[in-house]
Write a protein that binds this ligand. Sequence first.
Ligand code: UDP
Ligand code: MG
Length: 313
Amino acid sequence: MKDLLLSIVIPLFNEEENIGPLYEELLQILPKLNVFSTYEIVFVNDGSKDTSLDIVKKLAHQNTHVKVLSFTRNFGHESATYAGIINATGDAVVLMDADRQDPPTLIFEFEKAYQEGIDIAYGQRTKRLQESWVKKCTSKMFYPLFKFITNIDMPRDVGDFCLLSRKAVDMIKQLPERALFVRGLIYWLGLPKRAIPFVRRERGAGTTKYNYRKLTIFALENIISFSTVPIYWLLFFSLGIITLCGGGIVVALIMRLCGYVVMSGWTSLMMCMLFLSATILFALSIIGLYIGKIFQEIKERPIFLVDEKINFN
Ligand code: UDP
Ligand code: MG
């Protein structure tokens, strides 16, 4: 294995203070790699409103290894990551965030795994500096839940920081779906993978773009996109209620025939009615989420629009 090209894909949204330091760090690392003798850095500007685009454009003019893909507006982190993956030309592709939380030195470990024939080498967070305990707890709950519902062997405590072999990238490129959860798709492939533990650093500058509302919607969307198991849960739950209510009616009828009055007053009636209407509303909203996903897919709208492409031949 010699003279291979490594692509670094970096989605960014308002990261003007982080781009320069991250680029400097990468320039220290990339020439020291063994099998990857050349590199390209693909910055995907996801509709930044600060000077991020000007900064990456300047870097691209100084260094032809730097490529820029700029969207017309903000399409979201997943779309930006996906756009970077499908436009990368390397023999392997590293995905990393622009905010400097992912330490570039881990690329050495990714390279070692790649040399040993691993298709997916991923950073596994042993510690997350600066993140709130609510975020740490919800993320701890999300991974087992996602695995339980979807049956996809997605490891715990992973982000998008990973290396994908060309084989993995080409497989991802073949998938036709628009509802993207890149992390889920990567592990859905079922290719050989290896965890590389690391400490997730603090953000270089700025704040996270994911608030709790966004994170909750993100988690729900991903589960809905990957699995129909929640609909089966609803089915079994409603079957349980029907059996329970049916049994209750039979018992009440028999007792009535024997001369007993089983239920009196409206409290029990109201409780049953409220419980059942809440269950129906819950079931309807889950089904609505699935219909929403179908709606998004059948529209076949592109998931991003490119305004500018620099240094792509
Ligand atoms: N990002 C993006 N588009 C968005 C939101 C975020 O490209 O709409 C980028 C962001 O610039 C960063 C990465 O995605 O490089 C991860 O975002 P962030 O650090 O806010 O997420 P967190 O690390 O808090 O999960
Ligand atoms: Mg971050």
